[in-house]
Ligand binder design. Structure first.
Ligand SMILES: Cc1cc2nc3c(=O)[nH]c(=O)nc-3n(C[C@H](O)[C@H](O)[C@H](O)COP(=O)(O)OP(=O)(O)OC[C@H]3O[C@@H](n4cnc5c(N)ncnc54)[C@H](O)[C@@H]3O)c2cc1C
Length: 249
């Protein structure tokens, strides 16, 4: 058993090149918070971000809420230092965004689930941090209306939200009574939609998506603050609890 939790240094944030190099034990959310201070963005956002590590994310090629717009961990790994089972150390990839020649060994290792070697140093691509995130919550009488709305947003209107999540009746019943906003009776589907960008584009996108929700028979649509979304997750996580951190440690 290897415990890499002490290999938790952010070695270098290169704001000019939009890259960051870390040790594998850096917690995903800590990295996101640290780069956000420089208005940079590491998009993969697994539900486990508060306790998963970048090493684990690379080994699992973690995706998450932002995957549809921004892709998964694989899309952000530029270079790896890897200790192979025989103890030799190899370096794959380059710290540059345009690294196209030769075999892509980095991709071969991403998602290898710990079977091929141990990542000891990881260089990731960053993006500029979007200025704003807007969230819209829309309630539907049935699943068909909710899915027609996602078709309208993605396929007919060519919108690519930061995230678009569907909650079914079981999830809705779990949050009922927990949110300040009353969930109308008869709601069987819920869409939580995030858009990001600059303030003007977020306001514009949110109002267009609001219209699309209404056109697809939404019973109620709320332009929500991010806080509200977190409250939904808090309740949903109660329904699908995370493993105890104490046990993992
Ligand atoms: C509550 C919860 C929510 C989740 N949400 C999502 C989600 O939204 N999207 C998603 O894609 N996944 C999700 N996951 C699964 C996700 O892939 C893992 O949580 C995360 O990527 C694993 O990171 P970890 O640091 O916990 O790794 P660990 O669990 O410690 O390890 C996972 C695997 O990676 C290997 N590994 C770890 N570090 C290294 C290293 N340095 N070098 C080589 N191999 C290594 C281990 O050997 C093991 O096989 C979730 C998991 C939980 C528990």
């Amino acid at each position: 058993v290897l415990d890499l939790k002490n290999m938790d240094k952010i070695i270098e944030i290169n704001a000019k090149d939009l890259t960051v190099t870390v040790e594998p034990g850096v917690v995903t959310k800590d990295l996101q918070d640290e780069v956000a201070r420089l208005r940079l963005f590491y998009p993969p956002e697994p539900g486990s971000a508060e306790f998963s590590t970048i090493g684990g994310n690379v080994a699992e090629c973690t995706g998450g809420m932002t995957g549809m717009k921004y892709g998964v961990t694989r899309n952000y790994v530029l270079a790896l230092e890897i200790v192979l089972p025989d103890g030799s150390i190899i370096n794959t990839g380059r710290k540059t965004l345009r690294s196209v020649a030769g075999y892509d060994l980095t991709r071969f290792f991403v998602g290898s689930e710990g079977t091929l070697g141990v990542f000891t140093r990881i260089t990731l691509k960053l993006l500029p941090l979007p200025e704003k995130i807007g969230t819209i919550t829309s309630y539907f009488k049935n699943i068909d209306d909710a899915l027609n709305t996602t078709d309208s947003i993605l396929i007919k209107s060519h919108f690519l939200p930061r995230s678009l999540e569907f909650v079914d009746k079981t999830g809705i019943d779990a949050v009922r009574g927990f949110t300040k906003e009353e969930i109308p009776e008869g709601v069987e589907a819920l869409l939580l939609i995030d858009v990001d960008g600059n303030e003007k584009s977020v306001v514009n996108d949110i109002s267009k998506i609001e219209v699309l929700c209404k056109e697809n028979k939404a019973l109620k649509t709320l332009v929500a603050k991010r806080m509200m979304k977190e409250r939904y997750y808090g309740r949903l996580e109660g329904l699908f609890p995370r493993p105890s951190l104490g046990l993992l440690q």
